[in-house]
Design a protein around this ligand. Structure first.
Ligand code: FAD
Length: 438
């Protein structure tokens, strides 16, 4: 008899946890992702602000599963699901919409940016969701300092050195804090014509306070800390416009060449593939065992799923995705080996944290609410623990110690096409290439 086939779409926190929970299951697991790496999204802002390199927060999926013999990793983009034929459609660089059949399906495709109906903002305010986004943000930030140093007219320095972050949730707050420390420590002595510490960092949100999911006192502590670091926090106003010259908020234009979108998230299109009920945010409404109504063989987990617990929707955080992925994997295992099904899924909230600059974080776990260095140490230990491999844990730990002690950061290279273009002589330039003919 052939073994059942389990397809897992997405090797983020949810998909990875599901695949690991199926380690000893007598089944063939196909883990499909459109990238070849598992990404630790909570540290993306550290790549964007040059603390860590991309390879310190991402691991090849294939290497994570090299010892798990029942699991095959496929690099491909899932474009749809046919529930009647029980197959997913997969495209890659070579082929389009190839059907691959399954007995069980776990959808863990995460979320993407939402510009709240203003998709035209995307061109000028890229988000921070993937490694490519983080590298692009890093390139842009570093390049802006180079442009300012090269600029003869000091009047232009201010616009070039104004950085705007739209969205004061955990990502925006962490990014703003890290950027403020970066310009005031790492870059302090590197330039001659400009003073990097004079850079203006503006954090904008329509919400009345930063870090909405945290208590009011922690949110106030985070805002106070940001202001101490020199970040301008503008709350209670939505952004009216974003263009090549900056943003307009509450009727005022803030001139800037670097705007980063750290606001809304939109779920993956899984709900449309499956043709099932979705919540207002577009996430798939799952049942208490995380399966989809009328399809006990299809499970949706993580940021793509919507499930209420104690009357409130579960948040889109890594812990929810990991616990749901593990639950779906165990449930499928029990079905395949003929054991009784587990009880309904229940999320255990271990707490939430956000870092604000150097050596300061806010932490909320049940009734415990702390801010300061202790919270930051806890944040550091927890994040190290959840990195995918022990080599990453060691490498990130050493980099953090080095950065903490010296203020120096790991990855300050500008590596992009734009940089290469800037280096190219103009078409009518008379400069002779130094190495012509080589
Ligand atoms: C900048 C940032 C900071 C964050 N910080 C924190 C934090 O500090 N703490 C916290 O708990 N949470 C944090 N989060 C949220 C957390 O990262 C998410 O909740 C978590 O990643 C959700 O896990 P997931 O498995 O649902 O999706 P993801 O981890 O996003 O994984 C989805 C995977 O699916 C793949 N995929 C998507 N579509 C397809 C397709 N069509 N075909 C094939 N593959 C596909 C993607 O490539 C990806 O690998 C942060 C998120 C971001 C963006």
């Amino acid at each position: 008899m052939s073994r059942p086939r389990i397809i897992i779409v997405g090797a983020g926190f949810g998909g990875l946890a599901a695949a690991k929970a199926l380690k000893n299951t007598p089944a063939d697991i196909l883990l499909i992702d459109r990238t070849n790496h598992h990404l630790f999204q909570p540290l993306l802002y550290q790549v964007a602000t040059s603390v860590l390199t991309p390879s310190q927060i991402a691991t090849p999926i294939r290497s994570i599963f090299r010892k798990q013999k029942n699991t095959t990793v496929i690099l491909g983009e899932v474009t749809g699901v046919d529930e009647d034929q029980k197959c997913v459609l997969v495209s890659d660089a070579d082929r389009q919409n190839v059907p691959i059949t399954y007995d069980y399906l776990v959808v863990a495709t995460g979320a993407s940016h939402s510009y709240f109906g203003h998709n035209e903002f995307a061109e000028y305010a890229p988000g921070l969701k993937s490694l490519a986004d983080a590298e692009a943000a890093r390139n842009k930030i570093l390049q802006t300092f180079e442009l300012a140093e090269a600029e003869e007219d000091p009047a232009r320095h201010r616009d070039l050195l104004t950085f705007v972050l739209v969205g004061a949730g955990p990502t925006g707050v962490e990014m703003a804090g890290a950027l403020a420390v970066f310009v005031r420590t790492t870059l302090k002595s590197d330039f001659r014509r400009i003073n990097p510490a004079s850079a203006r960092i503006v954090l904008v949100d329509m919400a009345p306070r930063v870090l909405g999911p945290f208590s009011e006192s922690l949110s106030e502590a985070a805002k106070h800390r940001l202001e101490k670091l020199g970040v301008e926090v503008r709350l209670g106003h939505s952004v009216d416009q974003i263009d090549a010259d900056g943003i307009v908020v509450a009727g005022e234009r803030i001139a800037s060449k670097t705007v980063i979108w750290t606001a809304g998230v939109a779920p993956s299109p899984a709900g449309k593939w499956l043709n099932v009920e979705m919540d207002r945010a577009g996430r798939v409404r799952v049942q208490k065992d995380l399966s989809v109504p009328a399809h006990p063989e299809i499970f949706v987990v993580g940021d793509t799923a919507s499930l209420d617990q104690n009357g409130k929707p579960l948040p889109g955080v890594a812990q929810v995705a990991m616990q749901q992925g593990r639950y779906a994997g165990k449930l499928i295992h029990k079905r395949i080996v003929g054991n009784p099904a587990p009880g309904p899924f229940s999320y255990f909230d271990k707490g939430t944290m956000a870092v604000v600059g150097k050596g300061f974080a806010v932490l909320q776990s049940g009734k415990v609410q702390i801010s300061g260095f202790g919270a930051w140490l806890t944040w550091a230990v927890v994040h190290l623990q959840f990195l995918a491999t022990s080599s990453l844990r060691l490498s990130v730990f050493l980099q953090w110690v080095w950065t903490y002690v010296t203020g120096q950061r790991g990855d300050r290279l500008i590596v992009n096409q734009h940089g290469a273009e800037l280096a190219k002589p103009a078409a009518d330039a008379t400069i002779k290439p130094a190495f012509a003919g080589r």
